[in-house]
Design a protein around this ligand. Structure first.
Ligand SMILES: [Zn+2]
Ligand SMILES: [Zn+2]
Length: 384
């Protein structure tokens, strides 16, 4: 996901003003248009935006949000590939804060998204990388060797070939987790690091996927680890709210059911610093029927009963490629999936979703990228 539709938006504005305006004039008009849109949006209390990229500097995210006509945005806080990142540059952080105030973007409407590498409920803990790699090589070597044991001449080949194969396999994603047997510790450290980055950027919210048991511990044990990681991070960092995202129920992830989110919250010591972001695609895939008439209201009622609406801090606006209850995390553009446009109309007109970030994470298609989807959603807001 990156900043999209910059060009298109500019072109559109240029067309709207006759197409031949000089740059400065166009920029002024654009800013005016944005200002009007923001004032209008505040009246409606809906803060719609998208997940934007940070290429070229973290402050660029603010620019991208404005350019696509967003009133809120999400962003990653660093590379999705590495556990250890260079410290956040102070100049970059102040540039980010300056941009936010310049563009009148309230930190309450900015929702950083946690790294996908993190699994705060991981059963894998306590071993260093080297130990894990050795263990893995041994286990992968011993298996073929025991298989070839009855056929002595082959066992020699087994000893030669399989360590090589096992090392090659460690580069594939399935074996990657085995290379990181201390994922739990790394995730705890990354959570602390990301919360500190939020503070430096002047942000109050931080959204992340709760975690996965990987099928080797119980859901309860996984919940304990997630809550423990949150408590640990809260102790280490100032007042950023950790926002748990509901999951699609894929594999052994925790958080597909509202009750699982509640069990995590129950174990968090400072409950003023925990919340939930509801992803519409994930909810639908987990079996909450948003496509049914009154589905959005029903889901929010259920959430209120099971978790409590005061914990709802944000919404991820995604249609779903998969059918109801499919447990697949496959986002689709607004109105183009199995959830359908009427659920999104209900969302943007739902008073219980006032004043929180409503963030798109849709794939986008030519002519229907973030800017157009934001525009569409705002057009569905009924005038109050
Ligand atoms: Zn997410
Ligand atoms: Zn998703």
């Amino acid at each position: 996901m990156g900043p999209r539709k910059r060009g298109a938006r500019k072109r559109k504005t240029e067309e709207a003003f006759g197409g031949e305006k000089d740059g400065e004039d166009t920029e002024e008009k654009e800013a005016e248009e944005r200002g009007d849109r923001r004032r209008k949006d505040r009246g409606n209390k809906k803060y719609i935006g998208a997940h934007v990229g940070i290429q070229g500097g973290i402050w660029k995210a603010v620019e991208s949000c404005t350019e696509m006509g967003g009133s809120s945005f999400a962003l990653f806080l660093g590379s999705q590939r590495s556990w250890k990142r260079p410290a956040l540059d102070q100049t970059a952080a102040s540039k980010f804060r300056e941009q936010c105030s310049l563009q009148e973007l309230d930190p309450a409407h900015i929702l950083p998204h946690g790294s996908y590498l993190m699994n705060c409920g991981s059963p894998k803990e306590g071993l260093s990388d080297t130990d894990g790699c050795l263990l893995q090589i041994l286990s992968l070597t011993l298996l073929p060797c025991s298989l070839t044991f009855s056929c002595l001449p082959l066992s020699c080949i087994g000893y030669l070939i399989f360590p090589t194969v096992s090392c090659l396999l460690t580069t594939s994603s399935g074996f990657c987790a085995m290379l990181h047997p201390d994922v739990f510790e790394k995730s705890q450290a990354l959570l602390v690091d990301e919360l500190s980055r939020c503070s430096l950027l002047g942000l109050n919210l931080y959204n992340f996927h709760p975690g996965s048991s990987l099928g080797s511990i119980t859901t309860e044990q996984c919940v304990d680890k997630i809550a423990g990681s949150i408590n640990h991070a809260h102790q280490q960092t100032p007042a950023v709210v950790t926002v748990l995202e509901n999951m699609s129920g894929q594999g052994s992830t925790v958080g597909g059911k509202f009750s699982e989110l509640k069990s995590i919250i129950d174990k968090v010591r400072d409950q003023t610093r925990v919340g939930v972001c509801l992803d519409t695609c994930h909810a639908f895939a987990a079996g909450y029927d948003l496509a049914a008439e009154g589905g959005v209201k029903a889901m929010l009622d259920e959430f209120d009963q099971e978790v409590g609406l005061h914990y709802l801090k944000a919404i991820h606006l995604n249609d779903s490629k998969g059918k109801l209850g499919c447990n697949l995390d496959r986002h689709e553009d607004i109105g183009k999936g199995h959830i359908g446009i009427s659920a999104f109309r209900d969302i943007v007109n739902e008073p219980r979703l006032d004043n929180i970030p409503l963030i798109l994470e849709t794939p986008g298609r030519p002519g229907f990228e973030y800017a157009e989807q934001i525009e569409l959603l705002y057009s569905l807001c009924e005038k109050k």
